[in-house]
Each structure stands twice: as C-alpha cells, then as structure tokens.
Design a protein. Structure first.
Length: 475
C-alpha cells in the first residue's frame, strides 16, 4: 500500500509544466527559451506558503517559544495562514490570523474552515499604524498568554525552507539545466531561499523579480494595489535584495488579465500573484530572445506560480467585481481575436492569409496587395504555404510606395531585398484589448495564430470596424 502518514507529508514535490500557448509570438519559433511553471497551488493548502508553516512551528517548539496548548498568531495575506493552520490542526494549537480587509472572502472562510480565528484590519494604513495588520498581530501576541508569532517577514525558517526543498526540487526536475528563475516576492523568503540554493549550484543563474506597482521591493513608491499576497510597503528581513538581478513591475490590470489568460489558455487555475509572475516570465523570455539570440534556444526559464485561483473566485474571476474595479471595463477585454476574424471574413472570398515569397518580384507583391484589397502581408521564405517558422518579414502598401516613388526600378527587385521586420504574432484566444495594446505600441498589423499556423491578419482598420459594429458588447 502507498499512503502518507499525515497531510503534512504531502507538502512539496510540486511538478513543473511547460507553458505553451502563452509563449507563442513572444519569441521566434524554433529558437525560444523553454518556459516551465512550478505549480505550487498543488500543495495541500493550495500555495507555496505550505512549505514554511511546519518548519516555523517546529523551530519554535525546539526553542521553547511554543508549548502544548499555545496560540499561533500571524499577520498574513491568507496563504501562510493556511499552511500554519494545517500544521496547527494536527498539533492541536489555537490559531489567530490577522488579515488586511482587501483579502478575498474565500481566504478568510478557508482559514475558519481549519478552525482558525480571523481578525480583519484596514488595508490603506501605514505599516506602523496601530490599525495595521502587522501592529494588531503584534499586540495580540503580546497580550495573549502562551502566544507565539512566527513572523514570516523576519523568520529565517522561511527562506531556509525553500533552500531545503523548493530549490533542490527545481534543480533535480530540470536536471540542472535551469538558467533563469522568475518569482514574485512578498516576504521575499521564496525567491531568497530558492536563489540561495540554486546559485550554490550555478552562480550565473539569472533571477527576475516580479513586483506589483505600488510595492517598495522594486523601488516603487508605496501605495495601495489590489493584487494579493505579493509586494510590500517595507523591506522584510527574510528578503535578500541581492538575490534579484532585475525587476519587472506589473500593474493590477496586467496581473489580473494574465491570471485569467493562464487559466483559459493553459488550463491552470491561477491566482493574482501567478499573473504577476507570468507577466515577468514572458517579459524575460522576450528579452532573452531579443538580446541573447545565440543562446535563447538553450535557455530554460522556471517561473514560480505561488497559488491557485479558487481563492479568488469572488474577485479575479468575478466579472462584476472586475468591472467595479475598472479592471474589465472595455468590450475588448472579453472579445477574442478569433471573433474579430470571423466577423471580418464573413461572406468574404478573401483567403485567411495572403503571403508574399522572398523570391517573388516586388511588382508581383504589389499586384497581390491590389488583387485582394489589403495593405500588408507577411513574407515567407518557403516555396509554398505559410508555416510560422518560414515567415521572415513583411511588406506593406506604404513601405512599397515609398520605395517605388524614390526608385521605380525597385519593382524588379525581389521581395526579400525590400521586406521589413515580421508582423508580430497574436493568439486567436487573445483579447481585443491585447490586440489594441500591440497596435498602439507601433505594430502596423498582427498575425493571428491558432494551432501553430497563421489564420488571419488584424489591422487597426479591422479593429475599428469591429468596434463600430459591436462596441456596446460587454460579455
């Protein structure tokens, strides 16, 4: 028979899974870094914080700080509380967890389900305020006899747990091939502990920190934000700033949108901090491909996904709440690129994608643009078809006109001599908001892809025409 003695024996050994659909178009096909996600939501309590609960309790027991019948008191965003509550339930300790009132109702209810007591404090107060959840937890720990406050923000058992478990797991699971680590930070214990171990094995490891806008960890000015569980308005003692090589600062809007994309495109029910980390991970994948193309194919990026989405069903996955927070206010946020393509191609004989060849005459490419009434098209080096890895450039009506006006003989040259950079890719499951963002950032068009093949070209005019006909749509 195979079984664990207690649920605590099942903490850790979380799997790595390849991120597939989210990476499409982020880096050139065939030379993109491998992106793997460590699924910490598969811990028994649903988050990476399960790893530190028992070690902090057992260290306190050894030091005589926590005795039978004692009370565990901790300020938490919820996840550390869950890890402590599971261990406390088996060991017979009373638990009181102090939370900021921005934390989801699911997190509060889950703590109560484990038998813990929950005290809520206002979010928008300074850490030193007597009303802050740090101050209230400290007061309760001082006033309640037999109380112990693990204090994850200053407890060295926090990063030690990750140096002892999470880091070695990643090293073994990647067979030592990991080159880049991406992690969000709250207490900083996760990224500090993992980095401490991995850099002992591979000093050249690159570590990217993901931080919400409004968190001081990445150097921003402290201000309120909605993303739960990551970022801070002070520097915890469990965080080693030297562990992070570069930071990616992520807005609430981008974090929440990415968490939803992780769920819908990868089938991984993700929390808000996962969205924060994934934005940074995709940014790093793109940076590697852009700045280190010769080594991109050998790069292996591991991103830590700290918790799952079940704790955020009333917020992140509630459209009404999202709209109330102005995080889902545009009709383009819920409409997919595939719907735009279906609408624009309805009743049309236009092929899905018209492709020019690198060896074709520029004059022939101009005739193709005129024949189909289009303004731009991708260029392929293949003799036929439109395989993604063969798309090497693009041509547009504007650029060809500029060249032909200055030098009429250009029409006799090959397309490969005059083509511009490739049209950026966008998955058909991406939202119109994402398409708008890329087009607004300078892209003249977007190549929509599905199942590793191009299925259409999206231009600013396409987007404008769709919104003109469907602008009132909200769901």
């Amino acid at each position: 028979m195979q079984y664990a003695e207690t649920i605590l024996d099942l903490v850790g050994d979380t799997p790595l899974v390849r991120i597939n659909r989210l990476t499409r178009g982020v880096a050139p096909a065939g030379n993109a870094p491998l992106l793997l996600a460590k699924l910490e939501m598969l811990n028994p309590g649903g988050s990476v914080k399960d790893r530190i609960g028992l070690p902090m309790i057992e260290a306190a027991e050894r030091a005589g700080l926590l005795r039978p019948g004692g009370t565990i008191i901790e300020p938490t965003s919820g996840n550390t509380g869950h890890g402590l509550a599971i261990a406390a339930a088996l060991k017979g300790y009373r638990c009181i967890f102090v939370m900021a009132d921005k934390q989801s109702s699911e997190k509060q209810q889950l703590l109560r389900a484990y038998g813990a007591e929950v005290v809520l404090c206002p979010t928008n107060v300074a850490p030193e305020s007597p009303e802050s959840y740090y101050s209230v937890a400290a007061r309760l720990a001082r006033d309640i006899p037999g109380a112990f406050k693990p204090d994850q923000y200053w407890n060295e058992e926090n990063p030690k747990a990750h140096a002892a478990t999470t880091g070695p797991e990643i090293w073994d699971q990647t067979d030592g091939r990991i080159t880049h680590l991406v992690a969000s930070a709250g207490t900083g214990g996760t990224v500090t502990g993992i980095t401490r171990f991995l850099r002992g094995k591979k000093p050249e490891l690159v570590v990217v920190g993901a931080d919400p806008e409004g968190s001081v960890l990445s150097g921003d000015t402290a201000r309120p934000y909605l993303t739960e569980g990551v970022g801070e308005d002070f520097f915890p003692g469990t965080f080693d700033p030297t562990s992070v090589d570069r930071w990616v600062r992520v807005s609430d809007r981008d974090a929440f949108a990415m968490a939803r994309r992780i769920t819908r495109e990868e089938g991984i029910l993700a929390g808000e901090s996962c969205g924060t980390a994934m934005v940074a991970a995709l940014d790093e994948v793109a940076r590697i491909a852009r700045e280190e193309p010769d080594r991109a194919g050998d790069a292996l990026v591991v991103v830590i996904l700290p918790d799952g989405g079940r704790s955020y069903l009333s917020k992140l996955y509630n459209d009404e709440w999202m709209r109330a927070q102005r995080l889902l206010e545009s009709p383009g946020a819920v409409v997919r690129v595939r719907e735009l393509l279906s609408d624009s191609h309805h009743g049309s004989d236009l092929p899905d994608v018209v492709v020019a060849r690198t060896t074709s005459r520029v004059g022939d490419a101009i005739e193709l643009l005129q024949q189909y009434g289009i303004s731009q098209m991708p260029v392929s080096e293949a003799a036929e078809g439109a395989a993604l890895d063969a798309l090497v450039g693009s041509v547009s009506e504007k650029s060809l006109l500029d060249r032909a006006f200055r030098d009429p003989t250009v029409v006799e040259r090959t397309v490969g001599e005059v083509m511009e950079r490739p049209i950026p890719f966008i998955p058909t499951v991406a939202s119109l908001d994402e398409a708008f963002g890329l087009l607004s950032d300078g892209a003249s068009a977007l190549l929509a892809i599905e199942d590793e093949r191009p299925v259409g070209v999206v231009t600013k005019l396409d987007l404008l025409e769709y919104l003109a006909h469907h602008g009132a749509r909200r769901d």
